[in-house]
Design a protein around this ligand. Structure first.
Ligand code: GDP
Ligand code: IMO
Ligand code: MG
Length: 424
């Protein structure tokens, strides 16, 4: 019997999960996405080619790997079709190497309209959603009104589709809104994309994955978003609508938790967040802008500028605890090159006390970061491939994080390309 390793983000998403899944894919026979949907944007840089994946697992560029979209994922057929057509153009034959769970829920065009209406209704308290229809689709799933991709194979699909869209139209009336003039066009495109997906393998992937484990195949479960966006343990309500944490991998794939192997926690050497919500270590001055430019911190899905700030150890330790992380991968260390001083938040000041845990509320009126300063490094590390050649200050930064978290940093990423990766 084999096991499932889980790879997930420990911050607010965009940690570099896609890059590392691609780099590690050679160690696995199957890569399986377990939650989220096209709100995700996972970037892979192979040579000078950049690819952004939204729904397709990041193992698709490794020709020896099978890819599974699990039951916990929500699928927008229009987005998935575009993604698959791009991959087909590269000659990668995704039809042979992608299996989609019949139980994965569909994002309807009206879910996207509802997402936008809900954000307008929230006004200044808006989540800053990617507006891909994620929240409304998961609401229909848990509200037991959703449509699963397996339904497209059944005769009553047109009826259940119409019935749900009618319901959405009624809900929109409560917001004083409607589906809009271009809805018919979008609906046509969506139904065409549904027809296109019928040529792909829709399966009961829980059987496929469990059988694979029985026959000794190794699976890597690929998370989307990050732990601080988890619907239960993130900075609620400024979160996404799925369980992004390790437990979500088992629920989102139909595998029992006792099959767990390593839990690979991905984090940036600093922090970013896109969208609204608390961010205790945010840096809003010129330095924040400098990190944004150097790290190219603009959303892979929406192009929005990402907010930037220092590494937050109480939050990182929280994520490590919730997920049972067994090894850490530190991304984008190269972005900090050249700084005289690197700050790290080791504690929070919370209600007059210095604490190192994450309280119920982490907005700035409740929590202020307490920093420790470390010396930065000047040497260009993007060409560094050996631990011994790392600048002393980078080694000290790594040791400092390991000491505080109690978990080994197994990998340091020094650039977006596959090969710009250092295993320690
Ligand atoms: P994901 O959603 O976690 O897969 O991350 P994204 O792809 O949204 O964002 C990470 C961004 O950083 C992408 O543009 C990557 O190409 C880039 N990236 C990944 N690792 C590194 C790194 O070590 N250094 C630099 N400079 N960029 C990186
Ligand atoms: P990957 O997988 C970063 C953020 C949005 C918003 C909140 C809710 O690329 O790391 P939603 O569209 O889910 O209703 O948005 O979550 N968000 C992400 N931020 N990376 C992501 O995915 C994200 N997916 C959602 O910006 O604040
Ligand atoms: Mg991303």
């Amino acid at each position: 019997m084999s096991s499932v390793d889980v790879l997930l983000g420990l911050q607010w998403g965009d940690e570099g999960k896609g890059k590392i899944v691609d780099v590690l894919s050679g160690n696995y026979q199957i890569i399986a996405r377990f939650q989220g949907g096209p709100n995700a944007g996972h970037t892979l840089k192979i040579g000078d080619q950049k690819h952004v994946l939204h729904t397709v697992p990041s193992g698709i560029f490794n020709p020896d790997v099978m890819n599974v979209i699990g039951n916990g994922v929500v699928i927008d057929p229009i987005v998935l079709r575009k993604e698959l057509e791009n991959i087909e153009k590269l000659g990668l034959e995704p039809k042979k190497r992608l299996i989609i769970s019949r139980r994965a829920h569909l994002i309807l065009p009206s879910h996207r309209v509802l997402d936008a209406a809900n954000e307008r209704w929230k006004g200044k308290n808006k989540i800053g959603s990617t507006l891909k229809g994620i929240g409304p689709a998961y609401m229909d799933k848990t509200g037991r009104n959703g449509i699963r991709i397996g339904n497209i194979e059944l005769d009553d699909f047109p009826d259940i589709y119409k019935s749900l869209v009618d319901k959405h139209k009624d809900i929109l009336k409560l917001y004083g809104e409607s589906v809009g003039d271009d809805f018919k066009t979008t609906e046509k495109e969506w139904l065409e994309a549904v027809a296109y997906l019928k040529d792909y393998s829709l399966e009961d992937t829980e059987y496929y994955l469990n059988h694979a484990l029985l026959t000794g195949k190794k699976i890597l479960a690929e998370g989307a978003q990050g732990t601080l966006l988890d619907v239960d343990f993130g900075t609620y309500p400024f979160v996404t609508s799925s369980n992004t944490i390790c437990a979500g991998a088992f629920q989102g794939l139909g595998i029992s938790p006792n099959k767990i192997g390593n839990v690979i926690g991905i984090f940036k050497a600093y922090c970013t967040r896109v969208g609204s919500g608390p961010f205790p270590t945010e840096v809003t001055d010129d330095l924040g802008e400098q990190i944004r430019q150097k790290g190219n911190e603009f959303g892979s899905t929406t192009g929005r500028p990402r907010r930037t700030g220092w590494l937050d150890l109480p939050a990182l330790k929280y994520s490590i605890m919730i997920n049972g992380v067994t090894e850490l991968h530190m991304m984008k260390a190269d972005v900090l090159t050249g700084l005289d001083e690197i700050k790290v938040c080791t504690h929070y000041s919370y209600r007059g006390k210095i604490v190192d845990y994450v309280p119920f509320r982490v907005d700035e009126s409740h929590v202020q970061p307490v920093y420790q300063s470390l010396k930065g490094w000047k040497k260009d590390i993007s060409i560094c491939r050996e631990k011994t050649k790392m600048p002393r200050e980078l080694k000290q930064y790594i040791q400092f994080i390991e000491k505080h978290t109690g978990v080994k940093i197994a990998c340091v990423s020094v650039g977006p390309e596959r090969t710009e990766t250092l295993f320690l």
